[in-house]
Design a protein around this ligand. Sequence first.
Ligand code: ZN
Length: 278
Amino acid sequence: MEPLIISVAVTGGEHGREATPHLPITPEEIARSAHEAYEAGAAIVHVHVRDDDGVPGHFLERYRFVMDYLGERCDMIVNLTTDPGGIVEGDARFRSLDLSPELATLDAGTMQAPTGDRIVEGSLPFLRRLAGRMLETGTKPELEIFHSGMIRTCLQLAEEGLLEPPLYFQFVLGAAGYAPGIPGELLGLLGQIPPRSPWSVAGIGRASVAMTMMGIMLGGHVRVGLEDQVYYRRGELATSNAQLVARAVRLAGEFGRPVAGPGEARELLGLVDGPPAR
Ligand code: ZN
């Protein structure tokens, strides 16, 4: 079977230390946690950064610290967010692309934040500008899909020439207010993406283990990490991102799927330029 790409979402832009004391907050903690996750088997790290109080935002020097820290130690693929959370809105969300990351997220529609008190813009004109900016910076979009209508939006952007094949989909299932993290939902979504598109699935909260197993079993890829789940199992907090990655590696082993290193992941996702020059 095709090697499994494990993405790790190490901190996110929503919950803070009130949710778990194990959440990395400072650039040093985020970088170290990402590197530990790499050593455990993750090929891609999805990065948000925060200020010292844990408030998320686009702090370019902090992104750069994380990218440099990893670049000095490994060839892990860095996937920066374009929805940092906090108060960053509108086209200010594109600022992380100034660093020309290999991958960045594109939430393919208007959404409400998990807390319900913030609207995340995703109108077509906004998404056209976002996708266009990614073409300029040579960044491959990771298409964040929270429900099936978002797939149709991506297909439209591809038709307009704003997304280049292969389209890379990340299904985020189980978030409050969006598609649930159940097998039937994932199967339905898979029927709607173009053939041979690489895809990955992230199950939020208690949907995580089931969605990880589905992703492994169906030949997709998976995302785990403290952005998506703070519990390892019911009543027991996860102690690190690496712990969650290690579980995905063990599950892949049971299904007979090898785990992709960053080089293999680049090939599978069509990241033809390789790691950025330093
Ligand atoms: Zn994120």
